[in-house]
Design a protein around this ligand. Structure first.
Ligand code: UDX
Length: 480
């Protein structure tokens, strides 16, 4: 055996350049590194610059031996907004401009050294289909990761069937019409619960074009890594195995990593990978609030709202009489400068019972004993973080998988209330009161039950624990 072959397998991990996917792929990278593999985490230059600005990534990763970060261009101008509706331009650019750079990087020997083998395996976000082409071309094994929810991914897999059956595009405007050609979801899925872009009704919609081939694309990889756990998503995972037999549900990833590090009694800590500066003053504020009295409100890293929506939400929250901690990112509100036009009654109600920050340490907030509920946009990371901490949810889905996720929260897991397609202060007020007061016990009981299952699956012998061991074993054997 030559000297380099005796070194650990070298895995290149390439996340989609968005906060949610970057978060979960960072955790996966650290988990694999902690299991003795060498890791190169490949970030776009834009994401890397933002991380360096707001986090301690370099010092945190120095502690993980065998870990390195490399950067690659996403092919866009520095001042391109890259978020919201502009995100599809990032996809196009990654496909056309980044793909050749990615191949060069893998074949140039740039990523190996005396102490590190050449890359022996790739793990990439499954939506970056070009990584499978490159893996094929240069003969490397590849695993795909999907950081969106499996329930939405399953709908992507079923898009050709929905189109063939005539259920999509919709024949009329009735969004409550049931959907019958998504196996496993016949009992509860309605048109309004399909991914947000399905509302366009246009078969040529760029999202439909992008996601229609998901089943074929993801089954090209050796296996599909998912951030979920069997006890939460068994229904959907069983359906998905008919298309991709080799599934690795290893979530909730954020807690999987924390558990492994704690179990090993190491001083290593998961890195913070926020793309915004965290305002920790909210933890001091929470420390002074009664047990389970606060609803935490956050709509993730991409969702935006209009000034009118902001007002409806805000009045609803204040009128509910409940305490609230609200994340309003600097780019959350489209249009007018809302900070200079806050009505006096809202300012007063917020001073009494509310706290607003630009970005919060969310995992810590959700784990805080003062937090009793979470009003979320239903991003997949947010849902898993909430499930793990046993916090019931109000769902206001914005786009993509969030319309599907919110239906699952209410109708399948019974962990909260789905506010989709409404934005009215009276509905907000009622839902907040229902979650935090009227139906508090019922939701807390369900949330505690699911939280226990999430915790157990990460213990030795639990489903995600075993699936992760299996993944490491498979990476090692494919790297030989
Ligand atoms: C996007 C999509 O919205 C989501 O539906 C998809 O599943 C993944 O990509 P995003 O909008 O960023 O993600 O939402 P989410 O998946 O919930 O991720 C947000 C992350 O940012 C979470 O890990 C959350 O802990 C973190 N966060 C959010 C903070 O740390 N602080 C905040 O104030 C808000």
């Amino acid at each position: 055996m030559d000297e380099q072959q005796s070194l650990p397998p070298h895995v290149l991990i390439f996340p989609l350049p968005l906060q949610g996917p970057v978060n979960s792929m960072f955790k996966l990278a650290q988990l694999l590194c902690f299991s003795g593999l060498h890791i190169t985490l490949l970030l776009t230059e834009n994401i890397h610059t933002r991380l360096v600005l707001h986090t301690d990534i370099s010092s945190r990763f120095d502690q993980f031996p065998g870990f390195q970060i490399k950067t690659i261009s996403d092919g866009l101008q520095e001042d391109h907004p890259r978020e919201g509706s502009k995100f599809l331009e990032v996809f196009d650019s990654l496909r056309s401009k980044t793909k050749p750079l990615f191949k060069d990087m893998l074949t140039s020997g740039l990523l190996s050294s005396g102490k590190r083998r050449p890359v022996s395996c790739i793990i990439a976000d499954g939506v970056l289909g070009f990584t499978c082409d490159v893996a094929d071309e240069i003969g490397l094994p590849i695993f795909c990761v999907r950081t969106i929810s499996p329930c939405c991914l399953w709908i992507f897999f079923c898009l050709p069937k929905l189109i063939e059956s005539g259920e999509y595009p919709f024949k009329d405007d009735d969004l409550d019409e049931p959907i019958t050609s998504v196996p496993g979801a016949e009992a509860f899925l309605r048109r309004r619960d399909l991914p947000g872009f399905c509302r366009s009704g246009d078969l040529q919609d760029s999202n439909i074009q992008l996601f229609k081939t998901e089943g074929q694309e993801n089954s090209r990889a050796y296996g599909l890594i998912l951030n979920t756990f069997e006890e939460l998503d068994g229904l959907i995972l069983n359906q998905m195995r008919t298309v991709c037999p080799n599934l690795y549900p290893i979530g909730p990833l954020h807690a999987n990593l924390k558990n492994r590090l704690t179990e090993a009694k190491t001083s290593l800590r998961p890195s913070s990978n926020s793309l915004w500066a965290e305002d920790r003053s909210c933890i001091d504020w929470l420390n002074n609030q009664p047990l389970k009295s606060v609803i935490y409100v956050s709509f993730g890293s991409i969702a935006t709202m209009t000034n009118e929506q902001l007002m409806e939400f805000w009045y609803g929250l204040v009128n509910s009489g409940q305490r609230f901690l609200w994340v309003i990112r600097p780019d959350s509100v489209a249009g007018e400068d809302w900070k200079n036009k806050i009505p006096a009654d809202l300012a007063e109600g917020t001073k009494e019972r509310g706290y607003i920050v630009g970005w919060a340490p969310q995992e810590e907030v959700l784990g805080h004993p003062a937090v009793g509920g979470f009003w979320t946009h239903c991003g997949w990371n947010s849902i898993l973080e909430s499930v793990y901490e046993g916090k019931p949810m109000i769902c206001w889905p914005y786009f993509l998988d969030q319309q599907v996720n919110s239906r699952f929260v209410e109708a399948v897991w019974k962990l909260g209330l789905d506010m989709k397609d409404t934005c009215d202060r009276e509905i907000v007020e009622k839902m907040v009161k229902d979650l935090m007061v009227v139906r508090k016990e019922e939701f807390l009981e369900r949330a505690n039950h699911m939280s226990k299952l999430a915790k157990n699956c990460l213990m030795e012998g639990g489903s995600s624990y075993s699936n992760f061991e299996h993944l490491v074993k498979d990476i090692k054997s494919l790297s030989d």
